[in-house]
Design a protein around this ligand. Structure first.
Ligand SMILES: *[C@@H]1O[C@H](CO)[C@@H](O)[C@H](O)[C@H]1NC(C)=O
Ligand SMILES: *[C@@H]1O[C@H](CO)[C@@H](O)[C@H](O)[C@H]1NC(C)=O
Ligand SMILES: *[C@@H]1O[C@H](CO)[C@@H](O)[C@H](O)[C@H]1NC(C)=O
Ligand SMILES: *[C@@H]1O[C@H](CO)[C@@H](O)[C@H](O)[C@H]1NC(C)=O
Length: 483
């Protein structure tokens, strides 16, 4: 036992030999007003003489604790991820609201010099229903200056509401749509179509936003299906959808996959962009030199890829995890492979991204990781595709798999260029896919959309109120009464 303890001490001592309590922390999550479901900041490892440590492969030596000054329990979840370059990503989520909190950051058992750090303003949980003016909210989150020029909103300079519901329902009788009205920051809806369960995603998003900010009054039509609806360029109707296509004119929000992850990180959902950003996996030299693909049989190209390249195991580790759309032929497509945990994707150097029934909603997670993304050309797109470019953020490929072979050979021979592309794609994640950026985008899109409406915004007689099911948030009373 003693020997074991001595050994442990030796290890810990060795690991922490360089890192000191002068390590510091910084980032938006240290501001209580940075009100997100999952907040984040960074810890930078620094040595005793103040030198930046820019390589740290071992486990994470830091831990954090929030407390409110008395002995009451503080309800939060947190995760610290080692980016392995001396920087650590700290994610946390509150399950209750607090007037103020102390944040303690530890290196082993010792507190960092900056600690305790006081979060000296109300800290609102994701459930706290305490909306603030939209301009205040945008400034609290330091939202980017999103403009929607050169998006499909260009087709809708003015949206005349009168009679619009009838025109939409007549034109898309087979779609699953929700007609939402937002009035005085309350949400009302009417569903149309048979498959409307997915309204839980749009409800959840709108309810969250209306707890945090005062939404503009508006009416809109949310398409609950994955496929966009409006093909009619000359006289399009404004349909809001999750996935776009170059031949359609729907207005595109971030996908429900991405918004749900943003809202439910560290709670009901394990996979979100901060997590994939932070699970950096092995260093490049230790990553497997293969291109990885796992997915279902939801598009012919996926089957072709597996059929023609699965035997080339030097370059590829590919297979289908589920057959639903096509008949499983073991000789052609090989055995059904088990899924790989998403964080283990980044033990491979290369990721193949091929559309499924629509765009592959995993792209945000792939881009935020430490592998090189190969993306097949596609007509489908998500809201952030307008910020990414081939050869800058990913490597494009066509249906020609010989070309894919050559591109993989190119990547093996061009490590510096590959590294530059990966760094740029991770910056896309920081700039457009982190939780603050996703919620800014949604909110600003709604704001822009609402500004184009003309006519009276009404709660139609057959609409129902979407209820907030959350606790009253007492801490918001005090500051708001001061206005
Ligand atoms: C570590 O990497 C992250 C992004 O991947 C970057 O923000 C940070 O500055 C890097 N830290 C160091 C010490 O280079
Ligand atoms: C945001 O963009 C608009 C339009 O281009 C511009 O007028 C405004 O000054 C910009 N604001 C910031 C903070 O960059
Ligand atoms: C967007 O388009 C409008 C109208 O064409 C124009 O006035 C505005 O300057 C544009 N904004 C940006 C950021 O390009
Ligand atoms: C791949 O290997 C299997 C088993 O050896 C074989 O049956 C199949 O024809 C091969 N596929 C291709 C495309 O070469």
């Amino acid at each position: 036992m003693l020997l074991y303890l001595t050994f442990l001490f030796f290890i810990t001592n060795k690991i922490n030999a360089q890192i000191s309590t002068k390590s510091y922390f910084y980032g938006p999550g240290l501001r209580p007003q940075f009100d997100l479901p999952v907040r984040y900041f960074f810890i930078q490892a620094v040595s005793e003489n103040g030198a930046l440590i820019n390589s740290f492969k071992e486990d994470n030596p830091f831990s954090i604790k929030f407390h409110s000054g008395d002995n009451s329990r503080t309800f939060y979840a947190n995760k610290i991820l080692n980016l392995k370059n001396g920087t650590f990503l700290v994610m946390f989520r509150f399950f209750k609201s607090y007037e103020f909190l102390y944040l303690q950051v530890y290196l082993g058992n010792e507190e960092l010099v900056q600690s305790p750090y006081v979060l000296n303003a109300p800290i609102k949980s994701p459930d706290c229903n305490c909306p603030i003016p939209i301009s205040q909210w945008k400034s609290d989150l330091t939202c980017p200056n999103y403009s929607f020029n050169d998006t499909t909103l260009d087709y809708f300079p003015e949206i005349q509401l009168e009679g619009l519901d009838k025109r939409v329902f007549d034109k898309f009788p087979h779609a699953s749509l929700v007609h939402y009205t937002i009035k005085d920051n309350k949400i009302y809806r009417k569903t149309l179509g048979r498959y409307t369960d997915f309204k839980m995603f749009s409800d959840e998003l709108l309810l969250y936003l209306s707890r945090k900010l005062i939404l503009p009054d508006m009416e809109f039509f949310m398409n609950l299906g994955d496929w966009p609806q409006e093909r009619d360029k000359s006289n399009p109707l404004p349909i809001i959808s999750w996935c776009g296509n170059k031949g359609f004119y729907d207005v595109i929000l971030p996908t429900y996959e991405l918004t749900r992850a943003t809202l439910q990180g560290l709670h009901r959902q394990e996979l979100d962009v901060l997590m994939t950003y932070g699970h950096v996996g092995p260093q490049w030299k230790d990553k497997k030199k293969q291109a990885l693909f796992r997915g279902r049989d939801s598009r012919q190209e996926r089957l072709d890829l597996v059929e023609y390249r699965r035997n080339d195991t030097n370059r590829y580790d590919i297979g289908l995890t589920h057959f639903f759309f096509f008949k499983h032929d073991e000789n052609k497509f090989g055995p059904i492979l088990s899924r790989i945990g998403f964080f283990d994707f980044f033990t491979y150097r290369y990721q193949l991204c091929l559309d499924g029934t629509v765009a592959a909603y995993r792209l945000p997670y792939l881009l935020s990781g430490t592998s090189l993304v190969f993306k097949q050309d596609s007509y489908y797109y998500e809201h952030f595709y307008r910020f990414i470019h081939p050869w800058i953020h990913y490597v494009p490929f066509t249906k020609d798999f010989n070309e894919l072979d050559r591109l993989l050979d190119w990547a093996e021979a061009n490590e510096n260029k590959v590294d530059r592309i990966i760094q740029s794609s991770r910056r896309i994640a920081e700039d457009h896919l982190f939780p603050d950026k996703v919620l800014c985008y949604v909110t600003m899109l709604f704001e822009e959309y609402a500004s184009r409406l003309s006519g009276k915004i009404i709660v139609h007689p057959d609409m129902e109120l979407v209820q907030q099911s959350t606790d009253v948030c007492t801490i918001c009373k005090a500051p708001r009464d001061e206005f």
